[in-house]
Design a protein around this ligand. Structure first.
Ligand SMILES: N[C@@H](CCC(=O)N[C@@H](CS)C(=O)NCC(=O)O)C(=O)O
Length: 176
């Protein structure tokens, strides 16, 4: 690990960047943190993520890995100790399914309707979010973590989104 060059292009408030930070911390990987100003994106960000031009970007030995879900999976593969994804292929597929569910149902652009809409639309958005959280709760069951006894991939993906729950409640006339 000593000769590795690991750089994370990030923004402190980003739940997506936080996923990469949690995964790197779990693995005990030392890295250089580069804070981006998204109103004035650095040449490095534009060069390493020319498609989306978004943080986070994990740059490992000069090679960029974009998209937080992919970066967390990459971190898990490069530093395989304390695995985040299960070893069993079916369980891995299931974990990826729920991670995708988190992005599409819990932290989707649609959910901004909770604070950006009124009346029926607002009620429908609230119901959809609660229903999605109930489904996630069902998947968690009585386990301590989605990963079982230890933090797993779905936990790493979901936990940073928790920081948005305050915003949902505060701006959305909404209570969990
Ligand atoms: N799907 C991306 C989302 C990343 C994302 O939305 N990043 C935001 C900051 S939280 C960003 O870089 N926004 C700048 C822009 O879109 O121009 C991921 O999971 O990494």
């Amino acid at each position: 690990m000593e000769n590795e060059e690991v750089v994370l292009l990030d923004l402190w408030a980003s739940p997506f960047g936080m996923r990469a930070k949690i995964a790197l911390a779990e693995k005990g990987v030392n890295y250089e943190h580069k804070e981006e100003d998204l109103s004035n994106k650095s040449d490095l960000l534009l060069k390493t993520n020319p498609v989306h031009k978004q943080i986070p970007v994990l740059v490992h030995n000069g090679k960029p890995v974009c998209e937080s879900l992919i970066a967390v999976q990459y971190i898990d593969e490069i530093w395989p100790h304390k695995p985040l994804l299960p070893l069993d292929p079916y369980q891995r597929a299931t974990a990826r399914f729920w991670a995708d569910f988190v992005d599409n149902k819990i932290y989707s652009a649609r959910n901004r309707k909770i604070w950006a809409s009124k009346g029926e639309e607002h009620e429908a958005a609230k119901k959809e979010l609660i229903d999605s959280l109930k489904l996630l709760e069902g998947e968690l069951g009585i386990k301590a973590y989605f990963g079982g006894e230890h933090l797993g991939y779905v936990d790493v993906v979901l936990i940073p989104i928790y920081s948005w729950f305050y915003t949902y409640e505060k701006c959305g006339d909404f209570s969990f």
